[in-house]
Ligand binder design. Structure first.
Ligand SMILES: Nc1ncnc2c1ncn2[C@@H]1O[C@H](COP(=O)(O)OP(=O)(O)O)[C@@H](O)[C@H]1O
Ligand SMILES: [Mg+2]
Length: 250
């Protein structure tokens, strides 16, 4: 069953159609890999599906046919959607720990004043930072982290938000989470993603590394110039000539 679908979705920036009549589906509880050359509209797809950008035309449909023309970014959690950004977005002059605490307490500032809640939030923060190998860095300012550590911290933030949120996050978008990570870090992120799937979550993974796409994806969607070029099982899709050519044509 699709948990999220688009119908003839179009997003224009001036004269450019970043998404052009795109009709796709994301299956509940599966990992869908989204691939395609640079500029094919992958990040734009995430931006409109998470409500960061308004759409030009078409429809976005969540779960049971509720028509949603536009989800505002602040409404994302209430629809059970969260995401990472291709460009890491951190609070640079705050510590690693505070970067986590800010996202998990900001919807409940008053509650955060109570010791009980602080301990609760601290536990969540400690948990996710340990998970991603960042606990030793908790006192470091975000600006001083390496590129890979920054990406891990962003993923830690998404996980922390998931654990702290009273609403249940169901869909996770990862926009090139592995880019620039060392192999050990890649392994960590792979295990986080497999874990989320195990817990029944729906994942959308934008990634250029085809080994990772093969390892993680149940289904692959190939985009080219804002349109759907191909979709299907990873092995099928990745051996198609038109898909290979779209990549070689870069
Ligand atoms: N905020 C924006 N303003 C104007 N053009 C944009 C914007 N975001 C993306 N685009 C354009 O839309 C197209 C798709 O970009 P993008 O979604 O970032 O592709 P991808 O993530 O597949 O590399 C490109 O032509 C890009 O220049
Ligand atoms: Mg992109």
């Amino acid at each position: 069953m699709p948990i999220l679908q688009t119908k003839k979705l179009t997003k224009k920036f001036g004269g450019i159609s970043a998404l052009n009549n795109l009709s796709i589906e994301f299956e509940a509880g599966k990992i869908t890999g989204v691939i395609g050359p640079n500029g094919s509209g992958k990040s734009t797809l995430v931006n409109v599906l998470t409500g960061l950008l308004p759409i030009t035309s078409g429809r976005i449909i969540i779960a049971d046919s509720t028509s949603l023309k536009k989800i505002a970014a602040h409404e994302m959690p209430s629809f059970g959607i969260t995401r990472t950004f291709q460009e890491v977005r951190l609070l640079e002059q705050m510590t690693v720990l505070d970067n986590i605490l800010v996202v998990i307490t900001k919807r409940n500032v008053i509650g955060a004043l109570f010791e009980k809640h602080k301990t609760h939030y601290l536990k969540i923060a400690e948990n996710v930072l340990e998970r991603l190998g960042l606990w030793a860095k908790r006192g470091e300012l975000a600006v001083n982290l390496s590129y890979g550590q920054r990406k891990l911290l962003e993923i830690a933030r998404v996980l922390a938000m998931t654990e702290a949120e009273s609403t249940d996050v169901k869909i996770f978008f990862f926009d090139e989470p592995f880019a620039g990570l060392f192999p050990e870090m890649v392994k960590l992120v792979v295990s986080v993603m497999k874990d989320l799937k195990q817990k029944g979550k729906t994942l959308v993974l934008i990634e250029h590394n085809m080994d990772l796409i093969r390892e993680l994806s149940d289904k692959v969607i190939v985009m080219d110039s804002g349109e759907l070029l191909a979709e299907g099982l990873p092995e099928e899709v990745l051996s198609r000539r038109d898909v290979i050519e779209a990549y070689l044509g870069e």
